[in-house]
Design a protein around this ligand. Structure first.
Ligand code: FAD
Length: 311
């Protein structure tokens, strides 16, 4: 029921923002073991191996180097170098993959100009490799500045090289979708993984889903190539229905799912001829990402608690 899932979700999302817990939690074996389902490894090469395996199953990928807690300009520059290595490696290996980048990783929380400069360096590298950077969306305190930076980069580099993410949980999202489409900015639509207040976000899951469907229709009607990112079969059916109604060919948009979640559904969509991209996170700082995945599904938490109790 809603009540039974609401409390653990808020608690886990709260704990996700407590980096102090990170090192203690990451030492627990059952915690690490469950995390390894959702994280492709701690190094670039482990992630590349995971993407090769996905590729063999007909899936595309988007690499994400996890690191939300950067604190100094030097750390942000190390993130930029990581993405430069990543984009070069994707080219050499020849897998169908792009990259996802968080602006907090580029320094957004302490220096907006630096964040833009870092993101610009990554998008320039992607453009040089004829690749694409998806700027992930984080909590609502940075929605506006994130979209402003994507607009700026889109103006500099063009539609095929950078795109945004919108979260259907936010009340503003349908309107944002219309504006971004008018500016020809490619969008990944997801539900939203952060803890938000009711003044900015729909508290009720039914409203989040209804907003997802409305926004999905805006995207599919725009004539551009967008990503529909969900594991919710009802959302996927709604997208397929709308595409059929509009006579859109397969490949007019892509489905996107997270590494380790609903492999059966990923494969079914590929078999049916739809492009499917898997978001592949890797790196040492996987704690907040993993906590958001735990929060999404109480069964994950129950599984973890059983294993921790067993020791
Ligand atoms: P839900 O209604 O949450 O789940 C539907 C079904 O999916 C569940 O019943 C279950 O079967 C399965 N499922 C969902 N989550 C899990 C899980 N953790 N473990 C096991 N099964 C699960 N959020 C952002 O805020 N910003 C982003 O930039 C962002 N990028 C994303 C990129 C991709 C490719 C995807 C797929 C998601 C992204 N998200 C992002 C996360 C998203 O916002 C949701 O939190 C997440 O996808 C769960 O929502 P859902 O659409 O799958 O629907």
């Amino acid at each position: 029921t809603t009540d039974a899932t609401h409390l653990p979700r808020s608690a886990l999302l709260f704990l996700a923002r407590r980096p102090g817990l990170e090192s203690a939690a990451m030492r627990l074996r059952p915690f690490r073991r469950l995390a390894s389902r959702f994280i492709a490894g701690e190094t670039l090469e482990e992630a590349v191996d995971a993407v090769k395996a996905l590729s063999a199953r007909g899936l595309m990928a988007s690499f994400d180097h996890l690191n939300e807690a950067v604190q100094t300009p030097e750390e942000t520059r190390e993130e930029v170098r990581q993405y430069q290595r990543l984009l070069a490696r994707i080219d050499v290996v020849g897998v169908r993959a792009n990259v996802s980048l968080k602006l907090t990783q580029c320094g957004l929380l302490f220096d907006e100009a630096l964040a833009l400069e870092n993101a610009r360096t990554v998008v320039a590298e992607a453009a040089a490799h004829d690749s694409f950077v998806r700027i992930d969306m984080e909590d609502s305190s940075v929605t506006q500045v994130t979209l402003d930076i994507v607009r700026q980069l889109r103006a500099e580099f063009g539609e095929p090289h950078v795109g945004a993410v919108l979260q259907s949980a936010l009340r503003r999202t349908e309107q944002d979708a219309k504006e971004l489409c008018a500016q020809r900015i490619r969008i990944r639509l997801c539900k939203g993984a952060y803890l938000e207040k009711p003044d900015v976000a729909f508290p009720d899951k039914r409203d989040v889903d209804a907003s997802f469907v409305r926004t999905m229709r805006v995207l599919l009607d725009s004539g551009m190539y967008h990503g529909i990112a969900t594991h919710d079969e009802r959302m996927i059916e709604a997208a397929l229905d709308h595409a059929a109604k509009r006579g859109l060919p397969r490949g007019a948009f892509e489905f996107q799912m997270l590494y380790g979640i609903r492999r059966d559904l990923q494969e079914r969509l590929v078999r049916e001829g739809h492009p499917v991209r898997i978001y592949v996170p890797y790196g040492r700082h996987w704690y907040p990402y993993f906590m958001r995945r735990l929060a999404e599904r109480p069964a994950n938490l129950a599984f973890l608690l059983r294993n921790l109790a067993r020791g």
